[in-house]
Write a protein that binds this ligand. Structure first.
Ligand SMILES: [Zn+2]
Length: 244
């Protein structure tokens, strides 16, 4: 499962690079105007040279090339091997938790994969792609069907949605500006669908606390003060998965 996690981590790196181009969050690369999910082959972001099959092996290729592109010698961001290893560890932990290859294991791996993808895209672009939220929704519905808790799941989703929309309008009214985005609201409601409404307080508490800590960290280091909420919601969801 660890190796599978590494491979999916590599896939996640590729998606978090491609999705912002496909959705026009970022203007396209001049040399590659029509970037798709699988086309063109992965390339070096600096020299645009396609990567060899060998360079696609997670982590090891990074170590062997000592973190530099073979062609232009530009350093490759440490985030690539970092997310490969992170996903490797998380997939292994999910396997230890469920102790079998079954449907629940697959659903939980999809949850973790998509949460980290959302976190990365939201952190860079302050946007949560609707397609990813739809994957969450579908994933949550499947889990509830599997556990025979469909009614509870749907109820959890709508209670959470109602509460969060009320909070949003209230804070928007008090602060006279956009407090948090629709992407965040739907993401949290999807987590309620997945984990049940009784875990909503945990999700809200952990994500707000982690968001506040991150805000003050950024403020102290004189970085940009706006924070994306997605990564903190993702953190609370992954945490919850392992303590339930
Ligand atoms: Zn290069």
């Amino acid at each position: 499962m660890f190796v599978l996690g590494l491979i999916f981590g590599s896939f996640l790196n590729s998606l978090s690079f491609r999705i912002p181009y496909i959705l026009n969050y970022q203007s396209s690369v001049e040399e590659i105007p029509d970037m798709g999910l699988s086309f063109p082959r992965s390339f070096c972001p600096n020299c645009k040279n396609p990567l060899s099959i060998f360079s696609l092996i997670p982590v090891f290729s990074y170590l062997i090339q000592s973190g530099k592109c073979k062609n232009c010698k530009e350093s490759i961001s440490i985030t690539y091997p970092f997310f490969e290893i992170l996903l490797g560890i998380l997939f292994a932990l999910i396997f230890i938790k469920f102790n079998a290859i079954n449907f629940l294991l697959i659903l939980n791996c999809i949850l973790v994969f998509t949460l980290i993808l959302v976190a990365r895209i939201d952190e860079s672009f302050f946007k949560i792609p609707i397609a990813l939220n739809l994957i969450f929704l579908f994933n949550g519905i499947l889990l509830n069907l599997y556990n025979w808790t469909f009614n509870l799941g749907v109820l959890s989703f709508f209670i959470s949605l109602f509460l969060l929309v009320s909070i949003k309008y209230l804070t928007d009214f008090i602060l006279k500006k956009d407090s948090f985005g629709w992407g965040d609201i739907i993401l949290i409601s999807n987590l309620s669908l997945f984990f049940g409404i009784y875990n909503l307080p945990f999700i809200l508490f952990v994500s707000s606390l982690s968001g506040i800590i991150w805000y003050f960290y950024k403020k102290r280091n004189a970085l940009e003060k706006t924070i994306a909420f997605g990564p903190h919601i993702a953190l609370s969801g992954i945490w919850l998965l392992f303590i339930l």
